[in-house]
Write a protein that binds this ligand. Structure first.
Ligand SMILES: Cc1cc2nc3c(=O)[nH]c(=O)nc-3n(C[C@H](O)[C@H](O)[C@H](O)COP(=O)(O)OP(=O)(O)OC[C@H]3O[C@@H](n4cnc5c(N)ncnc54)[C@H](O)[C@@H]3O)c2cc1C
Length: 639
């Protein structure tokens, strides 16, 4: 038997005591059973270990592998060293939407891939290794909380004398259930594609690092040419199984691939002066995922998408006092988000009507009192910039996010990856290749727009450009990095928009009319969901739809139809001649087209005349020529 296992034991065995996840107390019956059955987890080896260059070549070894080593009940995020010892085509760092999409794309292209992910929160990892946040967007918690806010009648529960802890437990049960289904589903998908998923913290090594040089030597035969190079990643705090050593906790391993895709995401920006570390009731857009109580009052700083979403959610959860503090004004914030002002005003109307206060020109000057963890009845006291005071049970700083490119843990900068200010990884916009050989990046780590949808598309495009043969076409490669995006905002009711606002279209040289209708102008809206509006921004010359802006029920779904209209350069005249299924929200598109048509000088009636003339004469009339002639005889402008 020929087995070379270079096992380098680093000093002093350190065992981290196992603590059940914070979420454990919120589990339903069946999950409780799952937890208690695994609560006896104890790693069979807890040494801090560097496992590398495991070469397994013998038939006898295969026999050993037939009886897999025990994993102490840990079934997710564990990889056998035998797998790790072979060269991968792709090593993905980061298991958010981008990383998962990239790894799957590689497998679909017939490549061998591994995904290495450090759980976002230790509290989210179950004894089975299932990371509740794995494969989900950072915003997964807010979507799940929104869903349970919509489905939980907190008022009714309070009326039945249920206390806040019981209500909150019910809410988190449903969130954990949703997160579990998502994480398990993602793990199973990776498994189906034969992708290894290793939990741990990955550090990219430089090309000339001695471990990478050793790996290049070792995998020489696997490469067409040594000049192609390989890249290695050191993975720490990981748990692996080895056919001979058994399971090894807190191990360090080196994994190599011909390409690396960096998808390390983003983190919330923490502005100075906010005492995050002094209180478990002051949150940022990461730590809010670990919210453990139903607050009595909420203050949110920032009127970005995340701030607005959470204001709505807390309001729907029956929190009476929800305030949003905006340093500037609503209009500036809305325009920064590319929002149409009528939609923004409708949102503000609905927020105010539901009791949320939006305080413009307001910021916190000082946190004058932060209650200690034991004083749950007390409130956080704040001094505002106008000298007044405010108290709150929960403070949420939704003041932006920064890409995770610069920190030491990822090792990107020292491995030769060019990184801009604030940690954004610089990439070639077409291939998503970084400045460092064979290293690509996608998702939040490459900066705006930093959305789950764009992150996935970028990762697929990067992998496609890595592995497509010369001359081979792949739809993923054709996507344009600068294409406009459809935006969904998960307020209640939700928003969706695509294309130009009136202002943007006018800046682009169009003369514009808008067709705008309230949700109550279609039967479905009138009966079931009257709040909201749908607006079409239309080129007054041609009737082409340039932008679609919606707030109301199903807006984030309907915007895709709007996007198709804009992309296909559809005119409102097409819309007017389309029969939409009755009692659907899509009927609003026709109503909005009618409204826009009524504002056109040359509307649908003109189109009919134009069609008749074209049909009856052999001459090919030009639209502009006919309009000019018509204007000449229509001297009183009556049409
Ligand atoms: C509250 C909120 C609401 C949102 N709502 C929406 C929305 O409605 N629509 C939308 O499209 N987007 C939304 N987003 C944005 C969306 O969540 C992100 O764009 C998306 O998660 C980015 O995916 P990613 O894969 O690039 O990074 P992430 O999801 O951040 O994943 C990165 C992963 O890499 C891991 N990692 C980091 N460093 C290492 C390392 N050294 N080794 C191993 N692993 C590492 C991290 O732990 C993490 O698991 C929202 C975000 C927030 C915060």
């Amino acid at each position: 038997m020929k087995l070379s296992l270079a096992l380098l034991l680093l000093p002093a065995a350190t065992t981290t005591a196992f603590t059940a996840p914070k979420f454990a107390s919120t589990f339903r019956q069946s999950d409780d059973a799952l937890l208690s059955s695994q609560a006896t987890f104890s790693p069979s080896s807890s040494s801090s270990t560097l496992l590398q260059s495991t070469t397994v070549k013998d038939a006898a070894v295969e026999e050993v592998a037939a009886a897999p080593p025990a994993t102490d009940g840990k079934t997710f995020g564990v990889v056998n060293t035998k797998n790790l010892s072979k060269l991968y085509d792709l090593v993905v760092i980061g298991g958010g939407p981008a990383g998962v999409a990239g790894a799957i794309k590689a497998a679909q292209m017939g490549r061998r891939a591994i995904l290495i992910d450090k759980p976002k929160f230790d509290e989210g990892v179950l004894p089975s290794g299932l990371d509740l946040f794995f494969g989900g967007p950072t915003g997964l918690f807010s979507k799940a909380l929104r869903d349970s806010a919509k489905n939980t009648n907190v008022e009714a529960m309070r009326a039945q004398q249920m206390d806040s802890d019981v209500i909150w437990k019910q809410i988190t049960n449903s969130i954990v259930g949703l997160a579990m289904r998502n994480a398990e589903g993602q793990c199973r998908t990776l498994e189906r594609y034969g992708i290894d998923y290793l939990q741990g913290s990955a550090q990219l090594l430089g090309e000339d690092d001695e471990l990478n040089a050793a790996a290049l030597n070792k995998f020489d035969d696997d490469l067409d040419s040594p000049e192609d190079g390989i890249r290695s990643v050191k993975v720490g705090k990981t748990y692996v199984v080895d056919d001979y050593v058994g399971s090894v906790n807190d191990a360090e391993v080196v994994v190599s691939g011909t390409k690396v895709l960096v998808c390390t995401g983003s983190k919330s920006t923490r502005l100075p002066g906010i005492p995050f570390d002094q209180s478990h009731r002051i949150f940022d857009s990461d730590t809010i995922n670990l919210l453990g109580y139903l607050p009595r009052s909420v203050t949110i700083s920032g009127l970005g998408i995340i701030g607005i979403e959470f204001a709505n959610i807390f309001n729907a959860l029956g929190v009476k006092d929800v305030n949003i503090l905006v340093r500037g004004d609503v209009e500036t914030s809305a325009k920064k988000l590319g929002m149409d002002m009528d939609v923004a005003n409708e949102l503000m109307r609905l927020l105010t009507e539901s009791g949320v206060k939006v305080l413009e020109g307001t910021s916190v000057d000082e946190f004058s009192y932060v209650p200690p963890p034991s004083a749950d009845e007390e409130y956080i006291q704040m001094k505002l910039n106008d000298g007044s005071t405010m108290e709150t049970d929960l403070f949420f700083a939704a003041t932006g996010r920064y890409p995770v490119g610069k920190n030491e843990e990822t090792g990107l900068a020292s491995a030769g990856v060019d990184i801009a200010d604030r940690g954004m990884v610089n990439i070639d916009k077409t291939t998503l290749l970084t400045s460092s050989k064979n290293v690509y990046a996608a998702g939040d780590v490459i900066g705006p727009p930093a959305l789950a949808s764009t992150s996935m598309e970028q990762a697929q495009r990067a992998v496609s450009s890595m592995f497509s043969e010369k001359g081979e076409t792949d739809a993923a490669q054709d996507a344009n990095h600068d294409d406009p995006l459809s935006i969904g905002v998960w307020t209640i009711p939700e928003m969706g928009y695509f294309g130009s606002t009136k202002e943007q279209a006018e800046r682009d040289g169009y003369t514009v009319v808008e067709g705008s209708v309230g949700f109550d102008q279609c039967l479905r809206g009138r009966v079931f969901a009257p709040d909201g509006l749908l607006k079409l921004v239309v080129d007054a010359e041609s009737g082409t739809v340039l932008g679609v802006h919606i707030i109301g029920k199903e807006a984030a779904e309907m915007v895709h139809y709007g996007m198709a209209l804009v992309k296909a350069k559809t005119t409102i005249f097409n819309g007017l001649s389309t029969v939409y299924t009755a009692v659907t929200f899509h009927e609003l598109f026709k109503e909005a087209a009618m409204d826009a048509n009524s504002k056109l000088d040359f509307g649908v009636e003109w189109q009919e005349i134009f069609d008749i003339l074209q049909g009856q004469c052999d001459v090919d009339f030009d639209d502009e020529y006919l309009k000019e002639k018509f204007d000449a005889i229509d001297d009183d402008g009556s049409g």
